[in-house]
Design a protein around this ligand. Structure first.
Ligand code: SAM
Length: 294
């Protein structure tokens, strides 16, 4: 059992709540993405299918496609198979999958997990496991096969440590910021500045790379905290995503960035401003890419 399987099975109730919230979020955030995704291909693999939200959605859009869901989490696969559905389910690690001949492979919010939970701690939170996943994907895709991904996106390097000011609608929530600073494991191998300056009036100054990652944990609340502090959502910048795919032999067809549900969840809970007081525009949290095997 790897670290991710242990975390999920040690607290089933939390894992189910986490999947439910993720499902709600992905339903909203993929509205634009799903139709492109779902009508693409007839032999589709959904890697890290979790609660099956995409399997259901793709099936609705593309009822004649042959669908396969793969997940490392035995309980997620068990639950999905109890619910039944016109798809094949595989319990296992994507990196070890032996499938082949898929014309579409979907990675929705899983590549950052493949990196964050890599068995070699030195490779965790780095690009290498993602590059390896793309090579694996090439192996199992048919000629001209398509990869569709949706995942976190890192602030471009030049702006990573640019200071921003955050305050909380409920002032007690500022404890989350310090708790995250202490517990988060994902910045060990980077130059992200994790300092927080207490401005003394309920406002705190911190770098935007750090803040963005904090927000992607804070958004999901207590039930997923234990898990979120092990995962870095933004591992690659937009340019690095494109570079990793092209280096693995894919040509990029579409790239879009999204702020997703974060703005909706967060606008009632936090205020972020530039150091001079002007309002801060929420950063793009996710990237959606469609690329084709060359
Ligand atoms: C954040 S959830 C995303 C679920 C779903 N794709 C979505 O977009 O809502 C990530 C899922 O990937 C699975 N996962 C993580 N690493 C995996 C791996 N190496 N192989 C297969 N599944 C994996 C997890 O068990 C989890 O169910």
């Amino acid at each position: 059992m790897n670290q991710l399987e242990k975390l999920s099975s040690s607290n089933q109730e939390n894992y189910q709540r986490y999947l439910k919230r993720m499902t709600e979020s992905i339903r909203n955030s993929t509205k634009g993405f799903l139709p492109i995704m779902a009508r693409q291909g007839m032999n589709i693999l959904d890697v890290g299918c979790g609660s099956g939200v995409l399997l259901y959605a793709i099936q609705e859009e593309n009822p004649t496609a042959k669908l396969t869901g793969l997940d490392l989490n035995a309980e997620a696969i068990q639950k999905l198979s109890e619910m039944g559905g016109p798809w094949e389910l595989i319990h296992g690690d994507f990196m070890k999958t032996e499938g082949s001949g898929y014309d579409t492979v979907v990675f929705s919010s899983i590549l950052h997990e493949i990196s964050s939970y890599h068995e070699d701690p030195v490779l965790r939170f780095t690009k290498k496991p993602i590059a390896d996943a793309f090579l694996k994907c090439r192996e199992i895709l048919s000629d001209d096969g398509v990869i569709l991904l949706r995942d976190g996106v890192m602030v471009p390097e030049a702006g990573q440590n640019e200071p921003k000011v955050i305050s909380f609608v409920n002032p007690e929530d500022s404890r989350w910021l310090f708790r995250f600073q202490k517990d988060f494991r994902g910045f060990d191998h980077t130059d992200i500045d994790c300092g927080i300056k207490d401005l003394g009036d309920g406002r705190f100054l911190a770098g935007q790379g750090f803040l963005k990652e904090f927000l992607s944990t804070y958004t999901w609340g207590e039930e997923s905290y234990e898990r979120e502090i092990c995962e870095r959502f933004g591992i690659l910048t937009r340019a690095e995503w494109i570079d990793a795919l092209t280096s693995a032999g894919f040509s990029i067809e579409t790239v879009a960035e999204a702020k997703e549900e974060y703005e909706k969840y967060l606008s009632a809970r936090v205020r972020i401003a530039e150091p001079d007081g002007t309002p801060y525009r929420y950063p793009y949290m996710s990237i959606i890419i469609k690329a084709q095997k060359r």
